[in-house]
Design a protein around this ligand. Structure first.
Ligand SMILES: NC(=O)c1ccc[n+]([C@@H]2O[C@H](COP(=O)([O-])OP(=O)(O)OC[C@H]3O[C@@H](n4cnc5c(N)ncnc54)[C@H](OP(=O)(O)O)[C@@H]3O)[C@@H](O)[C@H]2O)c1
Length: 380
């Protein structure tokens, strides 16, 4: 029996985590569930999983959540400090699935106390990089990736002999705009951008998949998760999303992990590793799939990829500026304040307007995020 806290339980990853827990009720005890503002879904999940605590980040919704959970023994808290306190509770596992920089403080809190963190929130690792991984090392915390690509690499990477790894190759579906021209992308709507062909995900990551910023962020995430250099990380377009990523070894051997595009698999692996949980969802039928295709990535049409490689190579505060500006620009695009192509443009301009500096502390990461938010909002 393991205890678990879910940060972002009402989102796409959070709901899939709840689904996995529902089918393994005897293996897990739910310590706390955390959401941003979706009171009804949070209350429903808390009752369903008999959680000890439910936390809503939006403080003004405290009374509403309290009313929804009246008559239960579930404790209720609200506000961003309460979110961090929930991450500090002594659960064995913390699922980090809040979207964006809002996930940074609670994820750091969980890592500081040595928890196993199932990491879905890539933005916090992109922003804080080695500061986050150093905290994990010092406390004895384990980071198990939830992103399907990193989960795949995690499963086939020889951590005991990393010198035998030639490179890691992340697969990319290409997103909903894989075959669009630049002119078509210029007038693309939020509804088109969030209609991902293979994966059902939250709005922000869906837009990131359309710009392919998501893949770029994943390249930076991979750099922090695995003992590789930037030039050992490659991306290949694989529209079927069946091969979730590859590790190539120095003898030419290439190992891959395959599966249906269903986040329950990497989520369950992160919860059970080094064990595995039986899941009853659709299994892979290779004969039915017939063929798998792979293409070179077109960075001319998807400049976000090169921006992310440049940020990774530059190091310091650049990736935090990039990720924050992207978050602001994606929100503005979803509110139809800017066009689709403006997203990457705003990210590039925000990076150019902020002084480059090395990152030495979490406080500095937070102040970089604040500065990048202001600059990007000004550009919007
Ligand atoms: N979805 C996927 O398949 C997938 C795959 C790989 C990686 N990821 C990564 O996983 C993370 C979550 O993605 P998602 O698609 O699940 O996002 P999502 O559906 O938008 O869900 C976001 C979750 O975060 C909560 N939240 C937002 N702001 C918050 C705040 N200030 N404090 C506390 N909670 C807050 C939301 O609560 P409310 O619902 O109450 O607003 C919701 O529970 C992202 O970093 C994404 O890149 C997702």
């Amino acid at each position: 029996m393991h205890s678990i806290t879910i940060l972002g339980s009402t989102g796409s990853i959070g709901m899939n985590t709840v689904k996995v827990l529902e089918s393994h009720r005897n293996n897990f005890k739910v310590e706390a569930l955390v959401a941003g503002s979706n009171v009804q879904a949070l209350a429903r999940q808390a009752r369903q999983l008999n959680a000890s605590l439910a936390v809503i980040s939006n403080k003004s919704l405290y009374n509403e959540l309290k009313a929804e959970l009246s008559g239960s023994n579930i404790k209720v808290e609200a506000g961003s400090d309460a979110v961090v306190e929930a991450a500090k509770l002594p659960s064995d596992i913390v699922m980090s699935a809040i979207v964006g920089a809002a996930g940074l403080a609670p994820t750091m809190a969980a890592l500081s106390r040595g928890a196993r963190v199932a990491l879905a929130n890539k933005e916090c690792l992109v922003c804080a990089g080695s500061i986050m991984t150093d905290v994990a090392k010092a406390s004895g915390a384990t980071i198990i990736p939830v992103d399907s690509e990193h989960s795949a690499i995690f499963q086939v990477f020889d951590f005991e002999q990393p010198q035998n790894v030639e490179k890691i190759i992340l697969t990319a579906s290409g997103g909903p705009f894989r075959n669009m021209t630049f002119e078509q992308m210029r007038v693309a709507t939020p509804a088109q951008a969030i209609a991902h062909p293979n994966w059902s995900m939250g709005e922000k990551i869906s837009v990131d998949s359309a710009t392919m910023m998501n893949k770029g962020l994943e390249v930076i995430e991979a750099y922090h998760l695995f003992p590789v250099t930037p030039n050992q990380i490659e991306v290949v377009v694989h529209p079927e999303s069946v091969v979730h990523s590859f590790v190539e070894y120095i003898d030419g051997s290439v190992l891959a992990q395959l599966g249906t595009p269903d986040m329950c698999t990497p989520i369950s692996l992160a919860l059970a590793w080094p064990g595995r949980l039986p899941l009853s969802h659709n299994k892979l039928n290779l004969a039915e799939i017939g063929k798998l295709t792979f293409n070179k990535i077109e960075t001319d049409r998807f400049p976000a990829i090169d921006l992310c490689y440049a940020a990774m190579n530059k190091g310091g505060n650049t990736a935090a500026i990039l990720s924050t500006a992207n978050e602001i620009a994606v929100a503005a695009f979803l509110q139809e304040k800017i066009g689709f192509l403006d997203i990457v443009d705003i990210v590039e301009k925000t990076i150019s307007k902020i002084k480059h500096s090395p990152l030495t502390s979490i406080e500095q990461v937070i102040s970089t995020i604040k500065e990048a938010e202001e600059v990007a909002l000004g550009l919007v």
